[in-house]
Design a protein around this ligand. Structure first.
Ligand code: OSB
Ligand code: MG
Length: 369
């Protein structure tokens, strides 16, 4: 395979409703897409970096810059030997910037698989043809508003609800949702690093609500503190922001900082690293699930393929397109019986709809090899 050029395309996607977390409110998604062009096939990579460096240190403008300045320029030297694995190796000397790296590796992987006729699911080792889906519910202004939103998702068929929490919005919303929807609802919470170990007593009060897990209660670099918190509450601790590599995952498991891991391919530098974390967790008997970053249909297709691997034993944040977008740039992913189908076509098995993609494009740049 030989790459002839890469298009960097920025799109602006309005959200159907603002999405509030402990680190900010988002009402539109500014997304960087990569189109990797070869004479025989094209591949798409979606960068999950957000507009501002609040979830992690990466942000979309920074990702575009590092891609243009450092990451993409390593590819021409690979010549005909370019592959996702070769790209991962070539990018390794550059520190951090995992979301930018993931977008490039994914674009190359998509082109490579479209060329060989293999799907992402088959390449990664999917064991199912559909995956059960959860949904992430933002922080709301009131409990009645939250109950109505959760009720809507339950009616749509979501098999698991995740509530975003922060200090001042934790026990009351969790109690209200438990009381309204009953003990059988699969329920979990995500703090996005909003607490400190000094909040251990407050967090332990969540134990009575029989949550599947609490996601990232403490700061990204607080592995030791998460291990201490795990001894002071019975709700399983799941890490998201803290896990940027298979080495981080191994350290977290060794320390007892997590008993469940959220795998987000963008956060860890790509689908190859995500698969390695999955394999490590399977070897240790640790459940994993697939997180999300408000992806379009392109990123969603790859996430759904990953979520079909055998170690993904908990429902992921792999919701339908309409959870966030009135109009997706691909054929929308639609929930059926609480599940999404794993695409079966070559590569991502889905492509952007040209008219829709053009209508949301804010800029485009062609990098010729
Ligand atoms: O912490 O999982 C998170 C969205 C943006 C950044 C971080 C997170 C999230 C979500 C929503 O919880 C995931 C999704 O539905 O795509
Ligand atoms: Mg999270």
């Amino acid at each position: 395979m030989k790459i002839t050029g890469i298009e960097l395309r920025r799109i602006a996607m309005p959200l159907r409703a603002p999405f509030r977390t402990s680190f900010g409110v988002e009402s539109a998604r500014d997304i960087l897409l990569l189109r990797v062009v070869t004479p025989e096939a094209e591949g798409w990579g979606e960068c999950v970096a957000m507009s501002d460096p609040l979830y992690s240190s990466e942000y979309v403008e920074g990702a575009a810059d590092v891609l243009k300045r450092y990451l993409i320029p390593t590819l021409p030297a690979l010549g005909e030997r370019v592959s996702a694995r070769a790209v991962k190796r070539a990018l390794k000397p550059f520190k951090g910037h995992r979301m930018a790296k993931a977008a490039l590796e994914t674009g190359v992987l998509d082109a490579q698989l479209r060329l060989s006729g293999e799907s992402f699911g088959s390449f990664l080792g999917a064991a199912r043809d559909r995956v059960p889906c959860g949904v992430s519910v933002g922080i709301m202004d009131s409990i009645p508003e939250l109950l109505e939103t959760v009720g809507g998702f339950v009616d749509e068929g979501y098999v698991r609800i995740k509530l975003k929490i922060e200090p001042g919005w934790d026990l009351a919303p969790v109690r209200a949702v438990r009381e309204r929807f009953g003990a059988d609802l699969l329920l979990q919470v995500d703090a996005n690093a909003a607490y400190t170990l000094a909040d251990a007593r407050q967090l332990a009060k969540l134990d009575e609500f029989d949550l599947l897990l609490i996601e990232q209660p403490l700061a990204d670099d607080d592995l030791i503190q998460h291990a201490q918190l795990a001894k002071r509450m019975s709700t399983p601790i799941c890490l998201d922001e803290s896990i940027e590599s298979v080495e981080d995952a191994a350290a977290a498991l060794t320390l007892g900082a997590a008993s469940i891991i959220n795998v987000k391919p963008g956060r860890v530098g790509g689908y190859l690293e995500a698969k390695a974390i999955h394999d490590l967790c399977v070897a240790h008997g640790v459940p994993v699930w697939c997180g999300g970053m408000l992806e379009t249909g392109l990123g969603r297709a790859a996430n759904v393929a990953l979520a079909a691997l055998p170690g993904f034993t908990l429902p992921g944040d792999t919701s339908a397109s309409r959870r966030y977008y009135a109009t997706d740039i691909t054929t929308p992913f639609e929930l059926a019986d609480g599940h999404l189908d794993v695409p079966t076509g070559p590569g991502l098995g889905i492509e952007p709809i040209a008219d829709i993609l053009d209508s949301v494009t804010t800029s485009s740049e062609w990098i010729k090899f």
